[in-house]
Design a protein around this ligand. Structure first.
Ligand code: SAM
Length: 330
C-alpha cells in the first residue's frame, strides 16, 4: 500500500481509549481532557474489523496505545483476538507502565511480546510532578516484571523536556548500560495545549547526544532494523546491555520514511501525527458500510498523507496541531 509519495504504509497505531490514569503535564491540560463519550469510543469488534481490513491492504504491524490502553476493560481479550488475526506479524503496546506489574503475564499469554514504556524521570518526586500524581515505583515494578517474563525488546520512551530532565540524561544512559532496555529519547513536540505554552519545553536530541558523548562513547548499532526500530537512530554504550535510541521528529524529520496511519479511539484515521486532518471511519462503519467502502475511505486517507509535517519549536509553526497526544496516542 503506497501513499502519494511512494512510501509504503504498513504500520497502524490504534488508540483504544483517550482516558488515562496519569495526567502528564505536557500530554494533557491540567483540567484533564474532554473525554470522548462512551458511545463514541469504537467497540473492540469495530477496531478488529478496521484492523482486519487494513491487514488485507498491507498493514503488518499494529501498536496499541491510548490514553492508557491498560485502563480499558477487556484489553487482554482484545489483544488475544488481535494476535490471532491472520497476516498481522507484529503487535506491540505503548503504556505508562503503572498497571503493568499486574497485566504483564496476561499480556504475554495473549501474544504481546514487545512493549514500550513511557518514563520521563527516574526521580520519584519529579515523576510525581510531571505525571501529576504518578508513583514511580509502580512503573519500575512493571518494567522489572516484563523483563522477568522475557518481553523483548523492552523500550523505554523518555521525552526530553527542557528544564525538567536534562540533568537525568546520563542516568537514563547508564540504565541502558546496566539493563537490556532500549532507552529512547524523544523530542518534545509542541502540539496541543503545549503549543500555547510560552515556556517552550523543546530540547533537541542534538543537545542530548552532546551530553551523552561527553561521558560515554556511543557506537552505532549495526544494520538498520527498520521494522523494529522505526525512526529511531540506535546506539550502544560499548559493552552495554541495552541500547540508546534518538527519535528526533523536529531536529531531524523522518517523514520521508513515514509508514504509519493512526486510528483514534473515536474512530478517526489520522493521516499524519502532527496534522489535525482526519478521516471519520466510525460513522460509515455504524451506517453499515461494506469492507469495500472502508477500503476506499482508507485509500483516500492514505492518498492525502502530506510529504512532511509542519511543526517546529519556533513560534510561527507551533499551532499547526492543536490536538493533545493523549487523544492521538503518540
Ligand atoms: N499512556 C501511554 C503512555 O504513557 O505511553 C500511551 C499514550 S502516550 C500519549 C504515548 C507517548 O506520547 C508517551 O510516551 C508520551 O510521553 C508521548 N507524548 C505525549 N505528549 C508528547 C509531546 N508533546 N511530545 C512528545 N511526546 C509526547
Amino acid at each position: 500500500m503506497l501513499d502519494g509519495y511512494n512510501r509504503e504504509i504498513n504500520y497502524l497505531r490504534v488508540s483504544i481509549t483517550d482516558r488515562c490514569n496519569l495526567r502528564c503535564n505536557y500530554c494533557m491540560p491540567r483540567e484533564g481532557m474532554s473525554q470522548i463519550g462512551h458511545d463514541d469510543i469504537l467497540r473492540y469488534e469495530e477496531i478488529l474489523r478496521i484492523v482486519r481490513v487494513t491487514v488485507g491492504m498491507g498493514i503488518s504491524k499494529v501498536r496499541i496505545t491510548g490514553g492508557e490502553p491498560l485502563v480499558r476493560r477487556g484489553v487482554v481479550d482484545f489483544i488475544s483476538s488481535l494476535a490471532s488475526l491472520e497476516g498481522l506479524s507484529d503487535i506491540s503496546l505503548t503504556t505508562n507502565g503503572t498497571l503493568l506489574e499486574d497485566f504483564a503475564a496476561k499480556l504475554f499469554a495473549a501474544g504481546m511480546k514487545r512493549i514500550n514504556i513511557s518514563l520521563d524521570s527516574l526521580n520519584p518526586e519529579k515523576y510525581t510532578h510531571i505525571t501529576r500524581g504518578g508513583d514511580l515505583s509502580t512503573v519500575l515494578a512493571g518494567i522489572a516484571e516484563v523483563h522477568r517474563l522475557g518481553f523483548a525488546p523492552i523500550k523505554i520512551n523518555t521525552v526530553a523536556i527542557k528544564g525538567f530532565n536534562e540533568d537525568e540524561i546520563l542516568d537514563f544512559a547508564k540504565l541502558s548500560f546496566l539493563k537490556p532496555y532500549q532507552i529512547r529519547f524523544i523530542e518534545f513536540m509542541t502540539i496541543g495545549h503545549a503549543a500555547l505554552d510560552p515556556s517552550n519545553q523543546y530540547l533537541s536530541n542534538v543537545v542530548i547526544r552532546e551530553i551523552i558523548d561527553r561521558r560515554y562513547h556511543l557506537e552505532p548499532v549495526n544494520g538498520r532494523r527498520n521494522a523494529m526500530d522505526g525512526p529511531a537512530q540506535i546506539y550502544r554504550i560499548a559493552e552495554g546491555a541495552g541500547e540508546i535510541g534518538f527519535i528526533s521528529p523536529l531536529s531531524h524529520k523522518f517523514c520521508h520514511a513515514c509508514n504509519r496511519l493512526r486510528l483514534t479511539a473515536d474512530g478517526h484515521l489520522r493521516i499524519c501525527l502532527l496534522s489535525d486532518e482526519e478521516v471519520d471511519l466510525k460513522r460509515p462503519l455504524r451506517s453499515g458500510c461494506s469492507d469495500a467502502d472502508l477500503i476506499d475511505l482508507i485509500k483516500a486517507a492514505i492518498s492525502k498523507k502530506p510529504l512532511q509535517h509542519d511543526i517546529s519549536c519556533d513560534e510561527s509553526h507551533r499551532k499547526k496541531c492543536m490536538t493533545d497526544m493523549s487523544y492521538i496516542g503518540g
